[in-house]
Design a protein around this ligand. Structure first.
Ligand SMILES: CC(=O)SCCNC(=O)CCNC(=O)[C@H](O)C(C)(C)COP(=O)(O)OP(=O)(O)OC[C@H]1O[C@@H](n2cnc3c(N)ncnc32)[C@H](O)[C@@H]1OP(=O)(O)O
Length: 402
């Protein structure tokens, strides 16, 4: 049987859901589809069919992501990729990725695609680079801050979800333009991000909402009583604040909550809480990849963000999967703004498109990729300057799974 590929319509959603559930080894929940309809863009999803049977699919959410120095830009947020068991390793994903990336290029849509990978080995072959990581953090209750920390004088209160939502949205929107990796969030996106029906909770409590005039925190509790008393886990979902004092005050609040043994949080890799603590080792951390980034069009993508220092370098880019990116590009940054031109000049740096994706948000240093033999410097000294230009003040972070 020959395989065919096409984009979806709204009528394909039930079949698409079955593929998704089968691929992720989930029991089908008939209403899951309805829950996702408000953020589902069928025309931006592709599926592969074996005869009449849909056997694989994947799509894009039209989102914005904040990039270094330039605020939010459109990105193709790649989502819901899966191939049914029994149909794997026959090239279905490869066809889907080709249709998606080549389509973005041909239609002149988003210059950058980003995703969370279920497994880190899947996407490098399609040109995605390891662009950001998160820290899995665990801090015991009561861990003290260093003596210089000011919490300000504002009160921190727990409020209902209805009361919290408008205030959280206002804080989020005021921070978003400067926070690399943050996504735009419609009401529907907020709904999915903080989905809180019984089945979303994984056995934990409903979300609790904590407000400060300049920030918010959202958490759940996993109850636990041990012989020495209550040792519940506080699972922090998100914390955001406009000021450093508000940030410290919100952390202090969750760290001091009675009945809790430990606060756990999937947070930014450079979350300053480690340095807020008097005893930094009380914060246990382990790192894991979060965003993978793919430059769909190298020239359009590189000029979308801003850079920390001037540079003038010829990059030789290798890109087998999207060959229009291959070749030599003169990359020049003046006062933060980049220009990119195709040239025939000798290269200063040779790299795969993955490396540019990895460096794009400022989360992975090109010098580190060179030490991992993923980037090769031809002209001595250029790589250091180039790497410095790409680096940012903050590590990129995305707290939302999409
Ligand atoms: C953004 C997201 O949604 S991430 C979620 C991705 N989906 C999942 O993890 C769900 C479970 N897994 C699946 O559905 C499938 O196994 C997929 C989608 C990962 C792969 O689909 P397939 O159709 O089997 O991939 P395809 O046959 O095109 O493989 C292409 C290449 O990738 C390799 N590959 C595929 N899956 C993996 C993997 N999990 N790890 C490492 N390599 C992989 C294949 O070996 C193949 O390599 P080759 O070209 O050297 O032969």
């Amino acid at each position: 049987m020959t395989l065919t590929l096409r984009t979806l319509t709204a009528d394909d959603l039930p079949a698409f859901q079955r593929v998704f559930d089968a691929a992720f080894l989930l029991d089908t929940q008939e209403d899951r589809l309805e829950r996702w309809r408000d953020v589902f863009e069928p025309e931006r999803h592709h599926a592969v069919f074996d005869g009449d049977e849909m056997i694989g699919g994947g799509g894009v959410q039209s989102r914005e992501m904040t990039v270094p120095g330039a605020g939010p830009v459109p990105i193709a947020a790649v989502t819901s990729v899966g191939v049914k068991p029994g149909h794997r390793r026959r090239g279905v994903l490869t066809r889907l990725m080709r249709a998606q990336l080549h389509g973005l290029h041909e239609e002149g849509r988003e210059a950058v695609a980003a995703l969370w990978a279920s497994e880190a080995g899947i996407y490098p072959r399609f040109g995605y680079g390891f662009a950001a990581q998160f820290a899995r953090l665990a801090v015991p209750r009561g861990a003290a801050f260093h003596p210089g920390v000011s919490l300000g004088g504002e009160r921190v209160r727990e409020v209902s979800r209805d009361e919290a939502m408008p205030a959280m949205k206002a804080v989020y929107e005021s921070l978003r333009p400067t926070r690399t990796g943050w996504l735009n969030r419609s009401d529907a996106h907020w709904g999915h991000h903080l989905a809180d029906e019984e089945r979303d909770r994984g056995g934990l409590t409903a979300y609790r909402y904590v407000l400060h005039p300049d920030g918010y925190a959202v958490y759940r509790i996993k109850g636990d009583w041990q012989e020495r008393g209550p040792r519940s886990e506080l699972h922090l979902r998100e914390i955001a604040a406009r000021t450093d004092e508000a940030y410290a005050a919100l952390y202090r609040y969750v760290l001091d909550l009675d009945m809790v043994g430990e606060v756990q949080f999937f947070t930014a890799s450079d979350d300053p809480v480690v340095h807020l603590l008097a005893d930094a080792r009380l914060a246990l951390r382990s790192m894991q990849d979060s965003l993978w980034v793919r430059l769909v069009d190298v020239d359009r993508a590189l000029v979308q963000r801003r850079y920390g220092s001037d540079v003038d370098a010829v990059l030789e880019v290798h890109d087998d999967f999207c060959p229009w990116n291959g070749g030599r590009w003169r990359f020049t940054v003046k006062d933060g703004t980049a220009t990119v031109q195709r040239v025939d000049d000798d290269p200063d740096v040779v790299l795969d498109v993955q490396a540019l994706g990895a460096a794009y948000l400022g989360g992975t240093k090109l010098t580190v990729l060179a030490r991992a033999q993923r980037v090769r410097e031809v002209t001595e000294g250029v790589l250091r300057t180039l790497s410095h230009a790409f680096s940012g003040d903050r590590d990129p972070h995305c707290s939302e799974l999409f």
